[in-house]
Design a protein around this ligand. Structure first.
Ligand code: NAP
Length: 458
């Protein structure tokens, strides 16, 4: 049996199976991607931009179908799935509009020659390894800038996202990307390693867990290929003061429970100053208990299932361990008594540095609230984890909040918002959250040959 399946997490029923890539075809895929690259790098930049613009249009035209596919395969509520499809279209459009300027040749001070210029050239075929939590957005933020640059792509999506992976490939080809310029593969981890090792492949980008990132980066390093890693996070949400606690807890709950808490940059740790702590916990618990959990296809549902039974069981085990180790459970902490991968929104407090939950990422609908007595303590706690993806500071005093934000060891710091991602803003982390950046002009700088051409007449 292939490992690529649509296993509907709302019902627990396996709906479709997809044949995996055969070992005999791995080399041929790399060779096709190389042939595709040679064709694509010589395709004029405006033509490449047209393909991206057409892709954005098709995403909008086929939005309902795209949205329904991810609701089925990973349980994303319809409104959130619709939003993700639109974001994917926006990213394609952003690169179609801004990509050509970002690829312009730069003229330097000649420094002793007649001319010194820097050209931005593609590097070759790339491998993308992507996760299931935002099946379109994660893929598109790697693919759109790299197709714009002129690289070709071999894409290995999460094994539960085969249906959305096929749709994405179909749309790019319909928009005019040649078949060998974007190749979707249902590959195993060892086949991914073989693809990375193939001499024609020039780099790999992985979004996913630390374990997968380390494995892929190790293979890339052995073969002297560049890697970009977008890994996990346990983002802090630091509350200094608020003029409206009800609004603050509403935003906090929405941010944490969006996508059933399965976002790398979800605010997993709420760090609250002493005088606000009791009111915040009470408000957050109220918000978590008010959430409608159910069928993600129903427009009234706020939160669907987790992406799979095993993902749900992993979260349940982390919460059980935290409670066994002495954390206080305020609400939730249980699987729902129905088919599928449902888990109740959960609030934990009293987590100490000795407990596993202090340092782990909990990839589900679980808010951990910490009480601190000073700003210094808040910053120290925020930075006292291995991750460094993003963090937010909440206050009516913007200057004070900016000072606190500047002390966070993260790739993205927000004041009075959390986790905003837009096509023109950089996305990425530091520490164990990975390296490299996606989106905006930064996302077009990772797999580019920044090539010097110097001309001297004597
Ligand atoms: P995962 O298990 O690491 O899977 C991600 C992708 O890597 C999947 O396509 C998976 O394939 C593949 N994979 C796993 N092990 C591999 C290996 N040894 N070699 C090659 N490919 C391998 O992660 P996940 O559970 O899907 O996603 C959750 C994690 O991703 C969380 O930690 C989350 O924070 C992180 N994430 C980070 C960002 C970011 O931008 N920083 C964004 C979203 C998610 P299979 O599906 O076939 O196993």
């Amino acid at each position: 049996m292939s490992t690529y399946v649509t296993a509907n997490p709302t019902t627990g029923v396996t709906e479709r199976e997809f044949p995996g890539l055969s070992d005999d075809d791995v080399r041929a895929v790399a060779q096709r991607a190389d042939a595709g690259f040679r064709q694509w790098r010589d395709t004029p930049v405006p033509k490449r931009a047209e393909v991206l613009a057409r892709t954005a249009e098709i995403y909008e035209k086929r939005a309902d179908e795209l949205s329904a596919a991810i609701t089925t395969e990973m349980g994303k509520p319809k409104a959130q799935a619709d939003g993700e499809v639109q974001l994917a279209a926006d990213i394609y459009r952003w690169y179609a509009e801004h990509g050509p300027d970002l690829l312009e040749t730069e003229t330097l001070d000649p420094q002793g020659a007649d001319e010194s210029i820097v050209q931005r050239r593609p590097v070759g075929p790339l491998v993308g390894v992507m996760p299931w939590n935002y099946p379109y957005y994660q893929v598109v933020r790697f693919v759109a800038p790299n197709l714009m640059v002129g690289n070709s792509i071999i894409l290995k999506h999460a094994s539960i996202c085969a249906a959305s992976a096929q749709l994405m490939a179909e749309i790019l080809h319909e928009a005019g990307a040649p078949d060998d310029v974007y190749i979707n593969v249902f590959a195993s981890s060892s086949q991914v390693a073989d693809l990375i090792a193939d001499p024609v492949v020039q780099g790999v980008s992985l979004t996913g867990s630390e374990k997968a990132g380390a494995s892929v980066a190790q293979t890339a390093a052995e073969h002297l290929k560049k890697s970009v890693l977008e890994l996990g996070g346990s983002d802090p949400f630091i509350l200094l003061d608020t003029a409206d606690m009800a609004r603050t807890t509403t935003i906090a709950a929405q941010a944490r429970l969006s996508n059933a808490g399965q976002a790398c940059n979800s605010p997993k740790r709420f760090i609250v100053l002493d005088e606000l702590y009791e009111e915040f916990v009470e408000g957050l618990v109220g918000q978590f208990e008010a959430v409608t959990v159910g069928d993600p296809a129903d427009p009234d549902t706020d939160m669907g299932p987790l992406s799979s039974i095993s993902a749900r069981d992993g979260v349940a085990e982390q919460v059980d361990t935290a409670v066994k180790q002495g954390a206080t459970l305020h609400t939730g902490g249980k699987k729902l008594d129905r088919d599928g991968a449902f888990y109740a929104p959960t609030v934990l407090t009293g987590i100490t540095s000795e407990m596993d939950a202090y340092a782990e990422e909990i990839f589900g609908p679980v808010g951990m609230v910490y009480r601190v007595s000073s700003i210094d303590e808040a910053v120290e706690l925020a930075n006292d984890v291995g991750f460094g993806l993003s963090g937010s500071v909440w206050s009516t005093d913007l200057g004070k909040a900016q000072q606190v934000a500047d002390r966070l060891e993260v790739g993205m710091a927000y004041i009075n918002e959390h986790g905003t991602t837009l096509p023109g803003l950089p996305f990425g982390g530091v520490k164990r959250s990975g390296y490299g950046r996606e989106l905006g002009r930064w996302g077009m700088g990772e797999f580019v040959n920044t090539r010097l051409r110097r001309t001297s007449s004597k």
